[in-house]
Design a protein around this ligand. Sequence first.
Ligand code: NAD
Ligand code: DAU
Length: 332
Amino acid sequence: MESLLVTGGAGFIGSNFVHFLMEKTGVRVTVLDKLTYAGNRESLKGVPEDRLELVVGDIADAALVDRLTERTDAVVHYAAESHNDNSLQDPRPFLETNIIGTYTLLEAARRHGKRFHHISTDEVYGDLELDDPGRFTEDTPYNPSSPYSSTKAGSDLLVRAWVRSFGLQATISNCSNNYGPYQHVEKFIPRQITNVIDGVRPKLYGAGQNVRDWIHADDHSSAVWAILNKGEIGQTYLIGADGERNNKDVVELILTGMGQPAEAYDQVIDRAGHDLRYAIDSTKLRNELGWQPEYSHFEQGLSDTIAWYRDNEAWWRPLKAATETKYAEQGQ
Ligand code: NAD
Ligand code: DAU
């Protein structure tokens, strides 16, 4: 593979993937990104110009997608509306981007016979009880809870159908919660870090018992690269790094890591339909493709992430006030 079309490459995980490609590979990248509220040119700063082209456009624009797909070796599809809270306020953009956008890309990849990798989420499997000894595997039945996760589940099923019906050369990965640089301040970890920097108390939904399985965005990138190169066509791979923590523990780690008392947070209105627990069993990816995460200590990755937000206030500051105004209107 010499060239990749990366959709959503100006978003959080997509931009981390572009930086990963620049450091670890020789591929040239075209990013197709609509630059919604979640996309940011600044996240691609420092990427060599001769290896990156940023095309600002919509993945549901069939003519544009066709032209860009024709001239690439493979498509890696990150673009999505990604935030559960937003999907509860206004689901329509989630349907348009996650379903129609994915359909548009699949049709272009089919027409041009291109390799396709679809980025998805563990949320398609619904949630687990806190005391369930099990974790999600590739065989767990789909059972999404929110407008966001149901549109991601729908997009996964489209990919599976295009493989079976049209022989599309596609793979799918479902990853757990990512953290790291360039994550929008609407999301849990950057919201709390930037609140503490601003002297505002972190906001915990409900009692904070909900568990997420944290993985550093760099480890997500290395897993996607492994699947692109060694994955079996038609297969799904779960990506996770054994990072289960409940939200209360994460808030306390952020507070103490930033020199504040562990209990200096507020409890706010819980999210409607809030998934209780996600947990990934990534045995298939590890055994079949030999992948291993590099960040084995969540505490270390979190501390690096706190340092990144402290050092990169110019990146997040323009997003912060509008994000907090929106949360305040929701009582969160
Ligand atoms: P993000 O919201 O930070 O970035 C999404 C990007 O997609 C933005 O740059 C945005 O401008 C772009 N975009 C949105 N609609 C578009 C459209 N119609 N056309 C072109 N570009 C469009 O999201 P993220 O957290 O980086 O997530 C990226 C992908 O990874 C998503 O598919 C998400 O479902 C998946 N995922 C995320 C996580 C996580 O923890 N954040 C975990 C597993 C999977
Ligand atoms: O599991 C993968 C998913 O992880 C991805 O598919 C989504 O795109 C990504 O946004 C993320 O979804 P979550 O809903 O788990 O992430 P979020 O950062 O919104 O919230 C993480 C947890 O923290 C969740 O239990 C809700 C809680 N929370 C969130 C915010 C913003 C709080 O307690 N307080 C907050 O202020």
